[in-house]
Design a protein around this ligand. Structure first.
Ligand SMILES: [Zn+2]
Length: 194
């Protein structure tokens, strides 16, 4: 199991190593991308093959990822098994060049937003910056309040949702964080509660 110490780079984007001779701090700014099976045998939530794991096996397996680590993962997406028909479908999806263009436009918006500050992208925002750059209207606030209460979200999750919704709005080319962007950010929160 990953210990709380291994969370430091995710939170502070630095890693400190302490030895008897002293301690050293290194920059550690990275994007964590990880995947795991939903249960020990991998068939949990598979519509075609029954999962034969016991409930306690599934819980024990999923708990190998600690709550504090899970709380720092902004986007959790369940990837269902791909059916043969879809795999063999030769229709082309959205080309990478188009996606790239969208990402570059969102990045440009962020450069302009943070010009003259020490911030580069939305992820760099602290609580004060979030208040300044992520204004939410009354409908959005209502949505956040419901999510916080029903999903028992931590203050950290609240800030992370706002930053992610800011990015989703940027990708859509929207100046304001509309409720649908907040709703999308909320539904990416890890399912297992911390
Ligand atoms: Zn299973």
């Amino acid at each position: 199991m990953l210990s709380v110490d291994s969370i430091q780079p995710l939170e502070d984007k630095i890693v400190s190593i302490s030895r008897s001779a002293g301690s050293l701090t290194y920059p550690a700014n990275f994007t964590l991308v990880a995947s795991m099976d939903p249960c020990p045998r991998g068939f949990y939530s598979n519509p075609e093959k029954e999962c034969t794991c016991s409930a306690s096996m599934v819980t024990r397996y999923q708990k190998r990822i600690s709550g504090p680590l899970l709380d720092r993962i902004d986007i959790q997406v369940e990837v269902p098994r791909i059916e043969f028909e879809k795999l063999s479908d030769d229709r082309a999806g959205e080309p990478s060049a188009v996606v790239r263009e969208r990402v570059e436009t969102a990045r440009k918006l962020q450069r302009e937003r943070f010009a003259g500050t020490s911030l580069h992208t939305n992820t760099d925002m602290g609580a004060g910056d979030i208040q300044k750059y992520c204004p939410v209207d009354a409908a959005g606030r209502g949505l956040l309040k419901t999510a916080m209460t029903q999903l028992h979200l931590s203050p950290r999750a609240y800030h992370r949702i706002l930053k992610l919704a800011r990015t989703i709005a940027d990708l859509a080319g929207s100046e304001t964080i509309e409720p649908p962007y907040l709703a999308e950010a909320i539904q990416y929160r890890p399912r297992r509660q911390v």
